[in-house]
Design a protein around this ligand. Structure first.
Ligand code: ACO
Length: 333
């Protein structure tokens, strides 16, 4: 599903991110499961990831990222009209993590809800918020990708536990003023025929956790890594190309590509196919691993604060995740 230039242009007024203090390195994982720094580094590019404290929930990390974004946008939480949290690791199945966040921030006027689109969730939220603002339904929105994946990882399964980490990223969207940047084009897509490639099989209505199945750890991430890898490359290539073309841009116009941070080999494969040189691609997965919906959001904030792009520059975000889902956005900053 594609969206081109909005009637009312929508800009990103501020970004923020937060990662927990505790660092889990590849060397730490070597003690926990049969793996090696060499295997993890060559297969994924990941060196370490952050792990939230036991009493640090998804909404707490989201609140910390949100406060930074609000500060940068020079906005008070009471001005927010809409909050969308993209997460697959909510505080509770219900109510939505966005409700806890709304209360924590004191954003009393904001309508708040969650969306579940795995690693593509932040860009799904961006598209939704951009449309709702551009249609005039809301003046502004706080969107987040926030995950406590460490609570849904089987720490005895070496094929998945080395990949994931915790964190949150936020962005404030608002109607663009004259001369400000804007979201140029967005793209989201889903293939529900491949739900078996990447999922958390237990803990939902299809397979509640019971005393009988409790020892099978069904409420943890399961993945057919190789198949996901191939799908990730083609879907992200196509989604990124779609927003680049519809924005009237060429690869050489892109100041920075911010791809989903799952695997360095996937990133290298898609950037070759989009024909963007590696030095114009933002990578931070070596520090955080795959933080699912939070990955693009944290990367956007880090790149922004590191002045990797500025006013007038064109950037492209692209993501892929369970569902299968994929999404991209082209933005003039
Ligand atoms: N340490 C050492 N060996 C390992 C480890 C480990 N941590 N994990 C797996 N292995 C072994 C396997 O057992 C296998 O051994 P075998 O050949 O004897 O059977 C071997 O390494 C190769 O395993 P593969 O799965 O073929 O490894 P691959 O090269 O495919 O890399 C990886 C695996 C990193 C998971 C890769 O497939 C990948 O990145 N996939 C995509 C992940 C992704 O993009 N996810 C996106 C969304 S995530 C979301 O939505 C929540």
């Amino acid at each position: 599903m594609s969206g081109t230039v909005s009637q009312l242009p929508v800009a990103i007024a501020g970004t923020g991110s937060y990662v927990p203090e505790r660092v889990l390195t590849n060397a730490d994982l070597e003690i926990m499961v049969e793996t090696s720094d060499e295997w993890i580094t060559t297969r994924t590019g990941i060196k370490e990831r952050r792990i939230a404290a036991e009493d640090e929930f998804t909404s707490h990390m989201a609140a910390k990222a949100s406060r930074k974004a609000l500060e940068q946008a020079e906005m008070d939480a009471s001005e927010l009209q809409l909050i969308i949290v993209a997460t697959i690791t909510p505080n509770t199945l219900t109510p939505a993590t966005a409700c806890y966040l709304q209360h924590d921030l004191g954003a009393h006027r904001a309508v708040a809800f969650d969306i579940s689109a795995a690693c593509s969730g932040f860009l799904y939220a961006m598209k939704l918020a951009e449309r709702l603002i551009s249609d005039g339904a809301f003046e502004n929105a706080l969107i987040l990708g926030a995950e406590k994946l460490s609570a849904f990882v089987n720490w005895d399964d070496r094929s998945t536990c080395v990949l994931f980490g915790d964190g949150a990223g936020a962005a404030i969207l608002k109607r663009a003023e004259e001369g400000e940047g804007k979201i140029l084009a967005t793209d989201i897509g889903t293939d529900g025929g491949q739900t078996d490639l990447l999922n958390i099989p237990g803990g939902g209505s299809a397979c509640p956790i019971t005393i009988e199945n409790a020892d099978q750890r069904l409420a943890t991430l399961a993945m057919v890594g190789g198949d996901v890898f191939k799908q990730a490359v083609t879907r992200m290539r196509d989604s990124a190309n779609s927003v680049i073309e519809r924005s009237g841009l060429k690869p050489e116009d892109i100041k920075l590509l911010i791809p989903h941070q799952a695997n360095l080999r996937i990133i290298e494969a898609i950037t070759k196919r989009i024909e963007i040189p590696q030095e114009r691609v933002f990578v931070n997965l070596h520090k955080y691993g795959n933080t699912s919906a939070a990955a693009c959001a944290i990367a956007l904030d880090e790149a922004h604060r590191a002045d990797k792009f500025g006013r007038g520059d064109h950037i492209v975000l692209v993501a892929f995740g369970a569902g299968l889902t994929w999404a991209a956005a082209a933005i003039r900053w």
